[in-house]
Each structure stands twice: as structure tokens, then as C-alpha cells.
Design a protein around this ligand. Structure first.
Ligand code: CAA
Length: 261
């Protein structure tokens, strides 16, 4: 377990857990926190024994209440604001392109940059009291860490525009109904750990990475190009030892023993 100021990074067996740790500021994302998240994601990528990642917030009140508004208030030029946006987008893009399954455990408020962080994970689990939204418009701002792009891709343009133009908060049940979160659970962290353990027990690690890559790259392009990407990825996965082991294990009526190669 590595020492950080604004986050915690722990490993529990095969699972990494990255916890935003500024509960006094509702885990608001300042520049230093972003720098630490980037460093933590590098460590996760370098550590082959971490096979899945959970991202969550410390305390029972907030996952993250957004970008740190005191920093935003000090931005003094369009260039500085653009750079801040690009830097934050870059960190969340690193999260979304990790080749391992990731779950955001939304333990409380996920607003602005906090929701944008959760949108960069593969699956979202919310506590029943969680509140989600992109309230930037109420600050006279727009989302700047991927929200205007990832939210409509996830829940559709109409619902995304409703949330962004109104800046309203939705509770966990409404978020579930619109596909913004996948699960609502009283003990979301425990649920996420069990969910990921089950998933790691069942699936081939090479397949996890290639499914994510096919979906992500496909969403960036036309259906016909995307289908070619899928076929390319299918070709790649078939050449892996995992695919040989998985298909052979099925035919031999035994559990597959995947090696992630
Ligand atoms: N930035 C900095 N500090 C924040 C913060 C933020 N985004 N959100 C909360 N805090 C701080 C508060 O200033 C307060 O600090 P003090 O105790 O020192 O006064 C502390 O966290 C607790 O917050 P509140 O007293 O406000 O708690 P509350 O229960 O009354 O309200 C809340 C909770 C509704 C989440 C409210 O804190 C809130 O509206 N926060 C801001 C949400 C927001 O607008 N986020 C979007 C940020 S912009 C963005 O993210 C831009 C982008 O995409 C790039």
C-alpha cells in the first residue's frame, strides 16, 4: 500500500481499491488529487497481480462533489481552463482504457467531475442515498472532464441534455432507471468486491481487455468500421491461450484455468 495525500491505494488479493480521501471537501478533485490518481493508475497498470479495480470515496457522504471549485475560481485565462480540462480528461481516459474490469462504488454525492470520474469506470454501483448529477451549469460552467461526451454515450442524448441543462441531481433509483448506474446496493463496496471476484472467477483476462477495447473504439466510429474492429479483436482473442483453455475446458466439462495470456 503506497502513501498518498489525497487518495488511498490498497490491494485486497486480486482487487485494487482507489479511494478518494478528502472527505472534508467531499472528495473534491483538485490538481494534486488528479496527479495522485494518475500515479495510482500507473501503479495499477504495472502491477500484474491487480486484476480488477474499484474506485470509491472516503466517508459516507460523497463519492466526489466535483472539481475543486476554489481552484476553478482562480483560473485566469481560457488557456489555463482548457489545459485543466485536457489534463483531467487525460486521467479519466487512462482509467477508462485500463485493460482490467473497473467498478465505481458511488457511496454518496457524485456531482460534476465526481460523476465524470464514475462515468470513466466500466460499471457503477450506487448506495441508495447517492445523488448524481452534472451541476456545472449552475456555476455558469459546463462539464469539462468528459461529461458532455460520456454521459450521452451512456444514457442517450435526450437524458444527458436534461441532466446537463437542468443541473438537477438524480437519486440512485432514478439513476438506475436511466442506466446511469448498474446496481443500487445498501453495501455497495462489499457488493462490488463480490461482483468483481465472481467476474474474475468466470472470465478470461485477455477477453476483459479486448471487450473493453472493442466497445470503446467502436463507440468512436461508424457501425461498419466498428464491426471490423470487433472482427480484429475476435481474431486477436482467438490466438490467446485463454481462448484455447476456455473452449477446451467447456468441451471437457471442467472449470477453465485462465492464465491471462
Ligand atoms: N469544490 C470544493 N469544495 C467543495 C466542493 C467542491 N466541488 N463541494 C463541496 N465542497 C466543500 C464545501 O465548500 C464545504 O467546505 P467547508 O466545510 O470548508 O465549508 C465542504 O465541502 C462540505 O460541503 P457543504 O457544506 O456544501 O455540504 P452540504 O451537505 O451543504 O452540500 C453538496 C453538499 C450539495 C454536494 C454541496 O457541497 C455542493 O453543491 N457542492 C458542489 C457541487 C458542484 O457544483 N460540483 C461541480 C463542480 S464543477 C466541475 O466539476 C467542473 C468540471 O466538470 C471540470
Amino acid at each position: 500500500d503506497v502513501e498518498f495525500e489525497n487518495i488511498l491505494l490498497d490491494q485486497h488479493g486480486r482487487l485494487g481499491v482507489l479511494t478518494l480521501n478528502r472527505p472534508g471537501a467531499l472528495n473534491a478533485l483538485n490538481t494534486e488529487t488528479f496527479r495522485e490518481i494518475a500515479e495510482a493508475l500507473d501503479l495499477v497498470m504495472e502491477n500484474a497481480t491487480i486484476e480488477a479495480l474499484i474506485v470509491t470515496g472516503q466517508g459516507d457522504k460523497a463519492f466526489a462533489a466535483g472539481a475543486d471549485i476554489s481552484e476553478l475560481a482562480q483560473l485566469d485565462s481560457a488557456f489555463a481552463a482548457r489545459d485543466l480540462s485536457l489534463a483531467g480528461q487525460d486521467v479519466f481516459q487512462t482509467l477508462s482504457t485500463l485493460p482490467i474490469p473497473t467498478v465505481a462504488v458511488i457511496n454518496g454525492y457524485a456531482l460534476g467531475g465526481g460523476l465524470e470520474l464514475a462515468l470513466a469506470a466500466d460499471v457503477r454501483v450506487a448506495h441508495p442515498r447517492a445523488k448524481l448529477g452534472l451541476p456545472e451549469v449552475t456555476l455558469g460552467l459546463i462539464p469539462g472532464y468528459g461529461g458532455t461526451q460520456r454521459l450521452p454515450r451512456l444514457i442517450g442524448v435526450g437524458r444527458a441534455l436534461d441532466l446537463m441543462l437542468s443541473g438537477r441531481q438524480v437519486d440512485a433509483q432514478e439513476a438506475l432507471g436511466m442506466g446511469l448506474v448498474n446496481y443500487v446496493e445498501e453495501a455497495p463496496l462489499e457488493f462490488a468486491r463480490e461482483y468483481l471476484s465472481r467476474l474474475l472467477d468466470r472470465g478470461g483476462p485477455m477477453a476483459f481487455g479486448l471487450i473493453k477495447e472493442a466497445v470503446r473504439r467502436g463507440m468512436d466510429t461508424s457501425l461498419s468500421d466498428a464491426l471490423e474492429i470487433e472482427a480484429d479483436m475476435f481474431g486477436m482473442v482467438l490466438a490467446t491461450q485463454d481462448a484455447k483453455e476456455g473452449t477446451r475446458a467447456f468441451l471437457e466439462k471442467r472449470k477453465a484455468n485462465f492464465k491471462g495470456e
